[in-house]
Design a binder for this molecule. Structure first.
Ligand SMILES: *Cc1c(COP(=O)(O)O)cnc(C)c1O
Length: 234
């Protein structure tokens, strides 16, 4: 048995404590509730407990949930891998995209963002561990991609996102997050008005906040362990 309101409260406490330990204000860290695989009623329950920002990984599932919950004032973040042929639905329905890792994707999102909506907030996903199997740009390519995004009229570059390798241990994790913070600083130095470090999940949000995370993406600790049963549900 999991209680979404109770879990949310516990996660908020973890975030607040991590911020306090890091000497940061609790309002410097946004909690993104990752609702992938969980049905719309679970999102509704979290929203009733005061949660406003939600993250989704799959385009169709996310769009269906956004439609089912259109009566609520929620903010929707696309955080999964994105294929070029699925950008339109994301540009039309989401508020943020955290997984931009190539100029072509950014160009399509900008071209397809409806004029009636605010510019799409985007983060560049960084392959901070430099693993060949993972999504994200190499750290040395971040500056170039940031310049390309900044030139697009319907996108607003907000910062950087990463998913470090899960099994590297605490010291490596910390080094990865620190490298992300330095990369964000280099973007500021290059004149970009960026303010977002999207890093930290259920198991490592404390370490991420210690290294400057401004947005933690938390699924399991709020909604419970994802199973085959919850996969693809709307
Ligand atoms: C699923 C997912 C999360 C949430 O992970 P948990 O371990 O369940 O907290 C965060 N970020 C991304 C990109 C994800 O795909």
């Amino acid at each position: 048995m999991t209680s979404i309101p109770g879990n949310l409260q516990a996660v908020r406490r973890r975030v607040a404590e991590a911020a306090r330990v890091a000497g940061r204000g609790v309002d410097e860290v946004t909690l993104l509730a990752v609702s992938k695989t969980w049905p719309a009623e679970c999102v509704r329950e979290a929203a009733a407990a005061g949660q406003r920002a939600f993250g989704e990984n799959y385009v169709q599932e996310g769009v269906a949930k956004i439609a089912a919950l259109a009566d609520l004032d929620l903010e929707w973040h696309f955080i999964g891998p994105l294929q070029s042929n699925k950008t339109r639905a994301v540009a039309e329905h989401f508020d943020w995209v955290h997984s931009v890792d190539r100029a072509k994707l950014a160009e399509r999102l900008s071209a397809q963002r409806p004029v009636g909506r605010a510019p799409l907030d985007v983060c560049i996903q960084v392959n901070v561990g430099d693993e060949s199997s993972k999504a994200g740009v190499a750290p040395e390519e971040v500056i170039g991609l940031a310049a390309a995004i900044a030139a697009l009229p319907r996108l607003r570059l907000r910062g950087l996102m990463c998913i470090p390798e899960p099994d590297g241990g605490e010291a490596l994790l910390r080094a990865r997050f620190a490298a992300m913070r330095a990369l964000l600083q280099s973007l500021v130095g290059a004149g970009h008005a960026v303010d977002t470090l999207s890093m930290g999940m259920s198991h490592d949000l404390e370490t991420a906040i210690a290294e400057g995370s401004t947005l933690v993406r938390v699924g399991t600790a709020i909604f419970g362990t994802r199973t085959k049963l919850s996969e693809g549900a709307v």
